[in-house]
Each structure stands twice: as structure tokens, then as C-alpha cells.
Design a protein around this ligand. Structure first.
Ligand code: SF4
Length: 463
């Protein structure tokens, strides 16, 4: 069945890596003459960029395919991209025979060829590169929907093989981009008006410049020195590879944000060993001590899995004591979910669901109290906020601080500042997940804000 026309709809599930992959896929499709539409009904080609980190996320994709399968009879074509595509491979054609294209992220560089096959009417197209691939998906046609803040992938894949994780099987081995290529993209973005850049990778700390010129910390500092760039973030870090020079780079370069996300997963060295995380509680806390000794306060956030096979009450208690010790500003906590093909799936001592739920609730309650106190410390401070949008019902503007905290604030000016503006905000109230304040705005800043509103009329930029 050939394509009816060159319109496409894409829905993205999962992490920031997937969101950014979709931006690159959209850029590639647009470059190939396709036009993006808002709904499945309007599109000739329907793409789902999928996530398989948890069973629920995977199930969502098959539900979505099922909901829209009748559209296939009207000549619409379906493509499944991302982690579920790589994990399930050609089995997707059996489960959903109306799907025509299945591609993992390590094959996206072949998208133009795969699209040509699709247009020619081929019914079973696959891009399923395994861990052997050395290629990265670099394109100058990235369709970024935010005009001020954007991602740059610096490393793809993962070589860590944590016992619970599918990523090394779905995204292939680690492949870093050259520092030259990363910096060229950062400069192009700065020239296009971007001021806030987030360097992305499954494990950015294991970045290895193929040209041998820069370490991760040096690359971080170099991106921070690109003219026009005001904020640089990075995610995700791995404690095993987190080095002290990253903190030194943050100390030396003011554009590097005051925030480090350092996933710990468990506070118990015994559980960390079963998880194959390659560090102990003590190793992790040493890195936390480096970060907390930085010259400016750096906000710390983390990921935690509760109920990993074999986690005892004592192990869980160690995670709770770690929260108290580190005093994170946010914790992304999940119940362990067994994933196919991972070592943890065959581990004994699985934890009953109700215990996992109880532990998760205890952890979230404790963390909420920590955040309540942490956020209150900002009352009276003046923090710089990059505007992200407006809550017109409340007459408020919202954005993020360098510490990545959400700040809602009022502005005493005739017009509200457009997204992308940076304003100083005096914090007047604090909640466990956000801050409230009022902008400290000069007449000059108000004039600049007006200019930015006019700029904001362009919605998508291809950089
Ligand atoms: S570091 Fe571990 S958790 Fe992170 S992507 Fe790699 S295997 Fe998965």
C-alpha cells in the first residue's frame, strides 16, 4: 500500500532522549518533504516513538495501535520507533500486522531510505541495528518546538548493563559524538537565539570524544562558553563515572547550571551490587560531598527504585537514611518493574506488590518533608528565572531557576514577559515542588520583553 500523501503524526513516549530523537525524526521527515499534522486522523503516516523502560509504557503503545488500527483500511501507514521497536523487532508485525515500519533508535540515520521504501509501497520495513553499530544520529534538520531551550545529544547507547534496565539492549553500545560536532551544533543553536542547552546521553559521564580533544567536563565548559548561551544542563549522570572535574567546571563557568541529577537507585550497597550499579553507598556519598563542597549551592536530584528483588526492610531503611543525609530537591521514585531480557527478571526474592507500594509511599512522604524545608530556604532570595509560559487564569508567569526549580511569579508591568526572557524574581512563598515570587523588573527589561513577544510568533525552528 503506497502512502496517500506526505502528512505525518508522531506521538512520543518516555524520556528526554526519546523527545529529542523525535525532534530529529520530525526534522528528517520535514526535510524529506513531509508535513506534520496534529492528529492521527489527518495523517497518512502515523509514527509512535516508544519507551519500554516499564511495562505500562510498553502497553500504552500497543493500546494506541489498537485504537487506531481501523485507519489502516483507509490507506494510512503505521511506524513503530524507539525502544519497543528494537526490543520486540519483527514480532511487532505479528502482533500488529498493519504496522509497516519498525525501527530502533540506532537505525534512525537510515530513515530517508526507509521512508523511500515506505513510499514505494513496501509493507515490512525494519531498521534494527544491534549493539554492533558505531553510528550516531546526527542531523542538521532537528525540529525544535521550543525556541529558547534545546537538547543536544552527546552520547548514544549505554555499556553499563544495570540488572533491571533494557536500554543497553534497545539503544546499543556507547557512541560519543566528536566535541567539534557538539560545539558546532551549540553555536548554530546560539545563532538561532537559543540560550539554554541540555546535553543529553544515557550516561553523559562516560562521554569519550572520538577526536580525543575533550573530556566531558571540558566539553561542558566549552558549551558554556559559546557566545549567547546562558544556561547549560546535562543529564543523565552515572555515579560510577562522575568525576570531580565536573564540579570544578561548574565552579569555574557561571553558565553551567546549579543542578546535578545523580541517580542513586538505592541507599543500600547490597542492593546496588545486585543491581550491578558498580558503586557502593560510600562511593556515591563521596561524589555528593564533592558537589556539596562547590562554591555555589548546587541542587541535587535523583532516581530511586523501590522493591528491587531481594530488597529487605533494612535495605529500604538505608535508602530512607540516604534521603535524610543528601537532602535532595527532587526524587523520581518508581516501583521495580521486571523487564524482558534483563538479568533481574530471573532473580529470586521478588517483593510483593503491596510492600513495594508501601515503601514507595513512605519514601515519597519523607521526601516531601525534605523538599518543604529545602524550598522554604529560598524565601527572601532573588533568583534568575527563564520564562517558560503564562498562567493567565492566575495572572502569573512561570519558569525555572538555574537550580531547575519551578518558579511562579507576578510581574508589575503592562505586558507579561514572553518565553525565553530571563528575569530576577524575589521569592515570597515556597511549596514542596515550586516557588512563588514577584519579578524585579526595570524599564529596560520591560522594553526587551516586548521585543521577545514579537519574536515568539515563529513556532518551530529547524536547527
Ligand atoms: S546506566 Fe544503567 S540504568 Fe542507565 S541506561 Fe545504562 S543500563 Fe540503564
Amino acid at each position: 500500500m503506497a502512502l496517500l500523501d506526505k502528512t505525518f503524526y508522531i506521538e512520543t513516549f518516555g524520556c528526554q532522549m526519546n523527545v529529542h530523537d523525535s525532534e530529529k525524526v520530525i526534522g528528517t521527515l520535514v526535510h524529506e518533504g513531509y508535513r506534520q499534522v496534529e492528529t492521527e486522523i489527518e495523517a497518512a503516516l502515523i509514527l509512535y516513538n516508544t519507551c519500554s523502560i516499564r511495562d505500562k509504557a510498553e502497553q500504552k503503545v500497543f493500546n494506541r495501535l489498537n485504537d487506531y488500527k481501523a485507519l489502516h483500511k483507509k490507506g494510512k501507514r503505521f511506524a513503530v520507533l524507539g525502544c519497543v521497536a528494537q526490543q520486540e523487532g519483527e514480532k511487532i508485525f505479528e502482533r500488529a500486522p498493519y504496522v509497516s515500519l519498525v525501527s530502533g533508535s540506532a537505525s534512525y540515520r537510515k530513515l530517508p531510505e526507509m521512508l523511500a521504501q515506505l513510499e514505494a509501497g513496501e509493507e515490512r520495513i525494519t531498521g534494527l541495528d544491534d549493539r554492533q553499530t558505531d553510528e550516531t544520529f546526527e542531523t542538521e534538520f532537528t525540529a525544535r518546538s521550543n525556541r529558547h531551550r534545546g537538547y543536544i545529544t552527546i552520547i548514544e547507547g549505554c555499556d553499563k548493563f544495570c540488572a533491571y534496565c533494557v536500554v543497553p539492549y534497545t539503544r546499543g553500545k556507547e557512541r560519543s559524538r566528536t566535541s567539534h560536532s557538539v560545539l558546532a551544533e551549540a553555536r548554530r543553536m546560539a545563532d538561532a537565539g537559543y540560550t539554554d542547552i541540555q546535553l543529553l546521553g544515557q550516561n553523559v559521564n562516560s562521554y569519550k570524544d572520538p577526536s580525543g580533544k575533550m573530556s566531558f567536563a571540558e566539553l561542558l565548559a566549552a558549551v558554556g562558553q559559546v557566545a549567547g548561551i546562558r544556561r547549560v544542563r546535562f543529564t543523565t549522570s552515572h555515579p560510577r563515572d562522575f568525576t570531580r572535574d565536573i564540579v570544578e567546571a561548574i565552579d569555574a563557568q557561571p553558565t553551567l547550571c546549579d543542578h546535578v541529577h545523580l541517580p542513586v537507585q538505592s541507599g543500600s550497597s547490597h542492593v546496588l551490587k545486585r543491581m550491578q550499579r558498580e558503586y557502593t553507598r560510600e562511593w556515591y556519598l563521596e561524589r555528593i560531598a564533592w558537589i556539596q563542597a562547590a562554591r555555589r549551592p548546587i541542587s541535587l536530584t535523583t532516581d530511586i527504585i523501590v522493591g528491587f528483588p531481594g530488597e529487605t526492610d533494612e535495605d529500604f531503611e538505608q535508602t530512607i537514611t540516604l534521603l535524610a543525609q543528601v537532602q535532595y530537591d527532587a526524587v523520581f521514585a518508581f516501583k521495580y518493574s521486571p523487564r524482558p531480557n534483563t538479568p533481574a527478571i530471573s532473580m529470586e526474592d521478588s517483593i510483593p506488590e503491596e510492600i513495594k507500594t508501601q515503601r514507595l509511599q513512605i519514601l515519597l512522604d519523607r521526601q516531601r518533608e525534605i523538599q518543604r524545608k529545602n524550598y522554604c530556604r529560598h524565601i527572601g532570595e532573588i533568583v534568575e528565572v527563564m520564562v517558560e509560559g503564562h498562567n493567565t487564569a492566575r495572572g502569573q508567569v512561570f519558569g525555572r531557576s538555574s537550580q531547575n526549580k519551578v518558579v511562579n511569579f507576578t510581574v508589575d508591568a503592562p505586558i507579561l514577559p514572553a518565553p525565553g526572557n530571563y528575569l530576577n524574581v524575589r521569592i515570597t512563598q515556597a511549596f514542596p515542588n515550586s516557588l512563588l515570587g514577584e519579578a524585579v523588573v526595570s524599564g529596560r527589561e520591560a522594553a526587551q520583553m516586548h521585543l521577545s513577544i514579537q519574536d515568539a510568533s515563529i513556532e518551530i525552528s529547524i536547527v
